[in-house]
Design a binder for this molecule. Structure first.
Ligand code: NAP
Length: 295
């Protein structure tokens, strides 16, 4: 067993036996949940709910003041241990600091990859620097953080990765294509990762929220009040549904979708198409004379 595997096995043993030390984790902890983008919106509600479920917390975002205020409230309400890590996850050095925490703290049992920004408007007229920051934050950061935590989860035989995607992963026509692309990336990554690690005691859940009432809309230059009220969910309801989906063992959770059979039919159609997507010859409709012989 290598050193990391040993650390994680020890961490699991310590947690399973309830022997964890004061200051690092309180008694009866479900382990530490590290939540990115915890200073507001969806991440702040995850912090609240996971602490009430018995997790100690590590809260990551740039705004230390807001994180500290949330940490104080959650500590007071739940008695859980809450640590604040101020970091800009679109910055390489800051991201590396958080990766290191995930690689080395064997007490971490949950990673919520939630931090994200959006950009609205047409892609053709978008600010390329904003585009780059968004891709760093929405794509690169959750990927590197997942890579940092998963080996420890596998070594310990347990852990949960929650990736916050969006229904726009399935509806690219509805919003800025680069933003929806970052969310489709997270869906793909999660589906494959669950296949890879699901039989090793590790859970991967990808959450596809629809429009949710948070500050992200205003930050992206869209007035949420301009949306039809019938398509906007309260943030507490969204997170509660997502956690209920986690409890139900879902890999893909779409909090608003009334009929999950629609997703299952979509998935079944996709799976059915897969064997035909890569073949040695172009499809007959393209009329290509196949080199090397008859079709
Ligand atoms: P939000 O209230 O704006 O929260 C975004 C969080 O990300 C904040 O805590 C923010 O904190 C953090 N963040 C932003 N830039 C960061 C950076 N460079 N480094 C570290 N943290 C950063 O928005 P939200 O709606 O809760 O968004 C959370 C996630 O849900 C995002 O991934 C978003 O794409 C996804 N989502 C939202 C909706 C929706 O309608 N609200 C729908 C589908 C998916 P600081 O500013 O303090 O860094």
């Amino acid at each position: 067993m290598n050193q990391r595997a040993m650390e994680h096995a020890l961490g699991k043993l310590v947690m399973d036996s309830g022997l964890q030390g004061a200051g690092r984790m309180n008694g009866n902890s479900q382990g530490i949940a590290l939540i990115t983008g915890a200073s507001s919106g969806i991440g702040a509600v995850y912090a609240d709910r996971l602490a009430h479920r018995g997790h100690d917390l590590m809260l990551v975002a740039r705004d230390r003041q807001r994180l500290d205020a949330l940490a104080t409230r959650v500590r007071d309400e739940t008695g859980r241990s809450v640590e604040v890590v101020a970091a800009d996850l679109s910055d390489k050095a800051d991201l590396a600091r958080v990766e290191e925490v995930l690689r080395t703290n064997a007490g971490i049992t949950v990673l919520v990859n939630n931090a994200g920004i959006a950009m609205s408007g047409d892609l053709a007229s978008a600010d390329p620097d904003r585009l780059e920051s968004m891709i760093r934050l929405n794509v690169l950061a959750p990927s590197r953080l997942a890579l940092a935590v998963i080996p420890g989860f596998i070594a310990g035989g347990r852990g949960t990765l929650i990736n916050i995607s969006s229904v726009l992963a399935l509806a690219p026509e509805r919003f800025n294509g680069a933003y929806s692309g970052t969310k489709a990336y997270l869906l793909n990554l999660s589906l494959r990762l669950q296949q890879e690690v699901g039989n090793k005691g590790v859970r991967v859940q990808v959450v596809l929220p629809g429009a949710t009432r948070t500050a992200i809309w205003e930050k992206a230059g869209t007035d949420i009040e301009s949306l039809p009220p019938g398509i906007v969910m309260a943030v507490d309801d969204m997170v509660d549904a997502a956690l209920a989906g986690l409890d139900r063992g879902e890999t893909v959770t779409i909090p608003a979708l009334p009929d999950m059979a629609q997703w299952e039919a979509y998935e079944a159609a996709r799976q059915k198409m897969i064997p035909s997507l890569s073949l040695s010859a172009p499809a007959a409709r393209y009329g290509v004379a196949v080199a090397g012989g008859a079709r």
